[in-house]
Design a binder for this molecule. Structure first.
Ligand code: GDP
Length: 473
């Protein structure tokens, strides 16, 4: 398994183990530390998928550069309600069907692919908005490569536009601005561009480096330009994957279908998923009985960035779960059982929270963490800014406090979502969380700390940051 994941010969791995004095055979289980040594010996980089996976000695090994080929970008559309996200997704999909693609009738499976006039393939996630985006990210699945921020030209920047910007920034995903509803009387794209300046988005039309495209989902105006802008951004990102390895894929939708049993739509992130593959996905496992693409066709395989429906699961996984192809059914079952048990234990542990203390503990375990990220909400703009300034002064070259997001007003669901996704605590200064945010923070185990005196806050954060410093030495 380890050899397979490193794309090395099993015999070479056994040889390397023997050199370390371990007389093992090919099918012998080895412990995590030994596995790490071997991986380093072969010059690969180790990525621990998660703690439960470490127990099972599953590694996600970086693919050697020569095996990588470019893959299509995965695009999520975000923006304020009624600014035209759904219309834009529909228009893009229809445009591609009209231009003579096989099939004609498209199937809603949660994502679809289109080809630009110049032949670039693009994958769109069919669930617009940042709620899905953040909850996926909270589960560890960063599937989006590019965010298209839709802003209606007759309405300009609105609260959810701002939230979408924050979510995209927190995830480190580049944005393209689609100025929609250009067909409308009173469309004012200049206002959109100047509004965006206030949120540190300088579009190309204002000599910045964020691409902006004027479109109309209604008339189809500018859609080609938008697709080309996405293709260009994708080229800059140099997105790559290795199609010749066992697949890893992220679940974007899952349901229990009356006729077909559990069905999951996945986006292949690396490798190629094939019929007959044995896999584990979250707490479920299975054997691929059928793959169905976004045109409704049965296919034998799906390569990087392709969306497909997978049939043949033991149960329904959750959006954000990662599907990994493994070698044997026994292995798949074992990992799924382990995860089910671990998840039960976790649910049993009361208030598994992201507290400052836990963040410190995590920092101690992971030598690379030298940042203490926080989210700040305050009663007035002036105190929010004063807090941000005070926070940024804390720390030195080795440790610093990073304010991931700050704002004015009560702590909302959106703040809690961002905190959960980024695994950071929320600081409330002279503000409280609203009822629904409080409830969801409890459920998600997000810590909210309240302060009314700035010195208290600074002291606490200093203590936390110096904890980090000690962890470093
Ligand atoms: P969403 O909430 O962001 O998904 O927005 P929708 O796609 O549901 O669009 C909201 C409303 O705006 C609908 O009534 C659409 O018909 C309309 N709309 C969307 N795009 C355009 C456009 O480019 N031009 C015009 N005139 N109306 C649009």
């Amino acid at each position: 398994e380890l050899a397979n994941r490193m794309a090395e010969r099993a015999a070479d791995v056994v040889k390397s183990l023997m050199k370390m004095g371990m007389m093992v055979t090919m099918n012998e289980a080895i412990d995590v530390d030994t596995a790490e040594l071997v991986i380093e010996e072969f010059g690969h980089r180790i990525v621990r998928v998660s703690d439960s996976d470490v127990e099972q000695v599953i590694f996600s090994v970086d693919d050697a550069a020569e095996n990588l080929v470019s893959r299509p970008p995965i695009v999520t559309i975000m923006g304020h309600v009624d600014h035209g996200k759904t219309s834009l997704l529909d228009a893009i999909r229809k445009g591609s069907v009209a231009s003579g693609e096989a099939g004609g009738i498209t199937q809603h499976i949660g994502a679809y692919q289109v080809t630009t006039d110049k032949g670039a393939l693009l994958t769109f996630l069919d669930t617009p908005g940042h709620a899905a985006f953040t909850s996926m990210r909270a589960r560890g699945a960063n599937v989006t490569d590019i965010v298209v921020l839709v802003v209606a030209a007759d309405d300009a920047v609105m609260p959810q536009t701002v939230e979408a910007i924050k979510h995209a920034k927190a995830a480190g995903v580049p944005m393209i601005v689609a100025i929609n509803k250009m067909d409308k009387h009173g469309a004012n794209p200049t206002k959109v561009r100047t509004d965006l300046l206030q949120h540190e988005i300088v579009v190309e039309a204002m000599s910045g480096d964020v691409q902006d495209v004027e479109v109309s989902a209604k008339t189809g105006l500018g859609l080609d330009n938008l697709l080309e802008a996405i293709a260009l951004q994708a080229e800059i990102l140099e997105l790559k994957a290795n199609p010749n390895r066992n697949a890893a894929a992220a679940v974007i939708e899952a349901k229990l279908d009356v006729g077909r049993g559990p069905v999951a739509t996945v986006l292949v992130q690396n490798g190629t998923l094939r019929r007959g593959d044995i896999f584990v996905v979250g707490e479920q496992w299975g054997k691929v009985r059928a793959l169905i693409n976004d045109k409704g066709d049965r296919v034998d395989e799906a390569g990087p960035s392709s969306p497909v429906e997978v049939l043949g699961l033991s149960g329904t996984p959750q959006a954000g779960d990662v599907l990994n192809v493994v070698e044997t059914e026994a292995q798949a079952r074992e990992i799924a059982d382990y995860r089910e048990k671990a998840a039960k234990d976790k649910r049993a542990a009361v208030g598994a929270a992201t507290t400052l203390e836990q963040l410190m503990a995590k920092a101690k375990a992971d030598k690379n963490v030298s940042e203490l990220p926080i989210i700040v909400k305050a009663d007035v703009q002036g105190s929010a800014e004063a807090i941000v300034q005070a926070m940024e002064k804390i720390g030195n070259d080795e440790v610093r406090v990073r304010v991931l997001h700050y704002g004015v007003g009560a702590i909302t669901d959106s703040d809690v979502g961002l905190a959960e996704a980024s695994n950071v605590p929320i600081i409330g200064f002279n503000v409280r969380a609203n009822a629904s945010a409080r409830q969801s923070a409890n459920q998600k185990g997000v810590e909210i700390r309240y302060y009314s005196i700035i010195y208290d806050l600074v002291d606490d954060i200093k203590a936390a940051a110096s904890g980090l410093l000690k962890a470093e030495v």
